[in-house]
Design a binder for this molecule. Sequence first.
Ligand code: BGC
Length: 249
Amino acid sequence: MAHKAVGIDIGGTGIKGAIVDVSTGKLLSDRVKLPTPEGGEPQDIVDTVGKVITKLGGLKKKEPIGVCFPAVVVKGTTLSAANVSKNWIGLDAAKLFQRSFDADIRFVNDADAAGYAETLFGAAEKRKGLVIMTTLGTGIGTALIYNGVLIPNAELGHLELDGVDYETKAAYSAKERENLSWTDWAARLQKYYGALEKYFHPDLFIVGGGVSKEYEDFLPLLKLSVPIVPATLRNNAGILGAAALAAGR
Ligand code: BGC
């Protein structure tokens, strides 16, 4: 296992990166962030990742790169694309990055990376059983981790409830778009987490995404039998998880 890896977190608005000590989960560099290029085209994003890596001091020999991305990723191929160009759908993204950077590349879903990081270094450290990570942002990202093993590409944000893809109702973007109060938004979250509880019977829910720092305003309003806690790694979770997975942790 490599001890150091570069972690890159690609989002709809920003591309973040840092060098990570994957044994401790500590950042070994500053966190660099550049805006996601307009349109989110694959080659433009690769070029921006290159600029992030240059700002991090360039690649060291044998340092793997973990990249997390808002899409289903199977064997390095992106099968969907949320808030980026549709040209990612069906693209062998790992190969595209491999061609541009002389390093081993691991390409993973953003929520999977964040959830895996929380089980290694954060809110679910040393937790046994089934942990469900959820990220409440533009969409809802989810990750399933059982006894520390990631079960990739769970897309539970798209659970259909009341006849609609419930991400459109319960993501943080829905709260903002519809100007919902914490109480009204929490009622939707109650329905969402209630369904996850009913179908999966997890041991722990983790709530990530930018809004998780305001957890005191909405988590106490939820009545669930499964404990629900805020993520602790915040903005670094994707970077840490992508780096850890790239290094083979
Ligand atoms: C996508 C997921 C992604 C999540 C968070 C959802 O819309 O389907 O793949 O993890 O947004 O970015």
